[in-house]
Design a protein around this ligand. Sequence first.
Ligand code: DX5
Ligand code: ZN
Length: 231
Amino acid sequence: MRVDILDAGPTGALRIAPSILAADFGSLAGAVEAVDAETDWLHVDVMDGHFVPNISIGPPVVASLRPYSSRFFDCHLMISQPARYLEAFKRAGADGCTVHVEVGDTAAVVAEARSLGLRVGLAANPDTPFEAVAPFLGDIDLLLLMTVFPGFGGQSFMSEVMDKVLVARREIDANAIRVDLEVDGGIDAVTAPVAARAGANVLVAGSAIFNQPSPVDAARAIREAALAGQR
Ligand code: DX5
Ligand code: ZN
C-alpha cells in the first residue's frame, strides 16, 4: 500500500478539481493528462447504485489512473458502506476520501479514514442542514457541500445551497478551522464565481470541463472566473 498521500496544498487555497465522471471512460488516462495543467485535484466520483441511483467506478480504475497523474486524488464516495472500501481506495492510490454524512456512523468512518492516513472529507446533500456536519468540522480536512443531488453529472447548480456555504465559511473562519470547503455539481464559469464569493475554495467541475471542445481551456476559464469572484 502507498504509505504517503500527495500534498493537498494549502488549506483554503482556490483549487479546481475536474470530475472524471464527465470524461470518456474509454480513454480516461488521456482525458486526465489533457487537463493536467489546470488540475489541482482530480475528483473521482464513486457510485454504488444504492446510496445514489447510478453506478460508476471503483478502486481498480483509481489504480489504473494513478500512473497517469501526479495530482491529488479527491475520491468522492457516494456509497452506502464507505468503511468497507476505504482501505481498497487507499491501496489503489486515493489521497483523500470523502464520505457522505447521510450514510451515518460518521465518527467511526472518519476515524477509520484517518487511521488509514487518508485526507478526510465529509459531504452533505443539498437538503442536509449544516448542523448535521458542524459537529465533525474539527475532525475532517474537507467539507463538501453538494450543489446538486448526487448521482449524475450535468445537472443545474442549486444556488440556494449558497446560504449553507456562507454559514460554513463563516464558521470555519471564525474558529480558524483548517478545513477546505468544496462544492460539486453544476459548476461552470458562471457559477464558479458565485460559489467562490460565498466562500467555497475547491470547485469540482465535470461537464463544464470534459464536455467542452478544449477541456484545459474550459478549466482555465473556470479558475479565472472563480478568482475574479473571490472576495
Ligand atoms: C455528482 C458528482 C459530481 C459530478 C459533477 O453526483 O458528485 O462530481 O460529476 O458533474 P457536473 O460538473 O457535470 O455537474
Ligand atoms: Zn463528486
